[in-house]
Design a protein around this ligand. Structure first.
Ligand code: BES
Ligand code: MN
Ligand code: ZN
Length: 503
């Protein structure tokens, strides 16, 4: 059984608990509530700190058995240095706390948030981080009485309840709910990315999108027949090698002014990418279950916007297909016709993401006349070569949008780095036989992929493409994640909406 985490808020003082967490600043500075507790317990903080070589510097911790006079079993002192106002440090602290509480096999903890820095916005971020860092994808572990790693590690307690003790419970509750909407969107995206490809096909993914209507989204799902009528020959060419038909899901959130042009998010949803006839090598191919990370992020951010009732009109469109080698597969040499009417010579069936996106991109512009279009895709291995797993690749001609996305990236932690678009790269995808080919040659793979997408963007349409092949999965542990699926893009797009549309 996975451990569940529940985060609550309460006004000071803390009620009886198992673990009491106190924030301690550099020079052993305490807030008023922590001060009272230390006094009540008759603790000689200086002496304890000296023995533990604890100074209250960021990330330092010290554990103490709770004395008579304090209604807890243990006290954990958490150093925060000079200031902890930075929302980034709130995330670090949240992650650190989860790790400590798990190591102590705690079931109940109370955190005293009584310093001037721990305002409602801070506490909201802290709660978000607790939840995100605590996330595990362990629904497929059958090792019943084992620990969560399936080995002989002791079983964690079934439930961990963390109470955040604060000055202004009402204001904090609002901030916590606001950030919880983001955490829930990220968790949806992670779950989708982590889900195995036998379980999550295009139809199943579309079903998940459909159920987001429970949160107030309007959802439509187009079948392969409906897409054929629309002329989506590029997306359907990718889908045709699979037993499982493709789908296009459209999710709308109408929280803004009636009739105002929407923000459109488009996601690549290749539930599994074998490469098709241009088949990939076997090693590491299992990672290609995550090739729907862009679609997962779009579904996640739509859920977030609905949960927090964002004041924006937003549309999320995801192209869902499986790229398989088969007697019915599309092949290198095929010439296909996209919904835009432009023809594409398929040179490599493993460059399938852009074929899915080009029809989805044309569709959103045609139908929604968007204010801005942002697509997310695990599009190229080349972006891993360029940027590793730290930054996603950002491609846009709109300088304002580039700045807004870069800033939202720094704020949210989903960092993006701009790369060029230029007509000289565009020439690299000219074809001898069709309007373009789907691969541009050996060099600048992420850029030629972006140039390909750009051919489907209307003149004067504000648009950005995010290549999240390096950041969508397997990017390593950090303050708020230790799962394979990262949920990258949810917090970024949510932040962009807050900064641009809701200002
Ligand atoms: N899904 C892959 C890109 C990818 C690679 C995502 C590694 C995540 C991790 C994409 O469909 C692909 O296969 N791209 C090819 C394009 C090439 C054939 C032009 C690539 O990057 O090698
Ligand atoms: Mn591919
Ligand atoms: Zn792919």
């Amino acid at each position: 059984m996975p451990q569940t985490l529940s985060v609550k808020t309460a006004a000071h003082p803390a009620k009886k608990t198992e673990i009491l967490v106190l924030y301690v600043g550099e020079g052993l500075k305490l807030g008023p509530e922590a001060e009272k507790l230390v006094k009540a317990g008759g603790l000689d903080l200086k002496k304890l700190a000296k023995a533990a070589k604890f100074n209250g510097k960021p990330s330092e911790t010290m554990g103490v058995l709770a004395p008579e006079g304090i209604d807890a079993d243990r006290i954990v002192m958490l150093g925060y240095g000079k200031h902890d106002t930075d929302l980034k440090t709130a995330r670090a602290r949240g992650g650190q706390l989860v790790t400590i509480l798990e190591a102590l096999k705690a079931e109940k903890a109370a955190i005293i948030l009584d310093t001037p820095d721990t305002d409602p916005a801070y506490v909201g971020r802290l709660a978000e981080a607790l939840k995100l860092r605590h996330y595990k994808f362990d629904k497929y572990r059958a090792g019943k009485d084992k620990g969560d790693n399936g080995n002989d590690a002791p079983k964690p307690p079934a439930k961990l309840t963390v109470t955040l003790c604060v000055d202004d419970k009402r204001a904090v509750d609002k901030a916590v709910a606001d950030r919880d909407a983001v955490a829930e969107g990220i968790i949806l995206a992670r779950n989708l990315v982590n889900e195995p490809p036998n379980v999550l096909g295009p139809v199943e993914f579309a079903g998940v999108a459909n159920r987001l209507s429970d949160f107030g989204l309007e959802v439509e799902v187009l079948t392969d027949e409906q897409m054929r009528e629309l002329g989506m020959g590029a997306l359907l060419a990718v889908a045709q090698g699979s037993e499982r038909p493709g789908r296009l899901a459209i999710m709308q959130w109408k929280g803004g002014k009636k009739g105002a042009a929407p923000v459109c998010f488009v996601g690549k949803g290749v539930v599994f990418d074998t490469g098709g006839i241009s088949i990939k090598p076997g090693a590491g191919m299992e990672d290609m279950k995550g090739d729907m990370g862009g679609a997962a992020a779009v579904a996640g951010v739509m859920k977030t916007l609905a949960l927090r009732k964002a004041k924006v009109n937003a549309v999320g469109v995801i192209g869902l297909v499986e790229n398989m080698p088969d007697g019915k597969s599309y092949r290198p040499g095929d010439i296909i016709t996209s919904m835009s009417g432009q023809t594409i010579e398929v040179v490599n069936t493993d460059a399938e993401g852009r074929l899915v996106l080009c029809d989805a991109l044309h569709y959103v512009q045609d139908r929604f006349k968007p204010e801005v279009v942002i697509d997310l895709a695990t599009l190229t291995g080349a972006v891993l070569v360029a940027l590793g797993q730290e930054y996603a690749g950002l491609f846009t001609d709109d300088d304002g949008l580039a700045t807004a996305l870069s800033e939202a990236g720094e704020t949210s932690g989903d960092k993006v780095w701009r790369q060029p678009l230029h007509k000289n790269y565009d020439k690299m995808i000219d074809s001898k036989f069709a309007d373009m080919k789907n691969v541009g040659g050996r060099y600048a793979g992420s850029i030629t992929a972006a140039q390909f997408l750009k051919r489907f963007i209307n003149k004067d349409q504000s648009w950005a493409h995010l290549d999240i092949a390096g950041t969508g999965f397997g990017a390593g542990e950090n303050d708020t994640n230790r799962s394979w699926g990262t949920g990258f893009g949810v917090a970024l797009l949510d932040q962009l909406v807050r900064d641009r549309a809701e200002k």
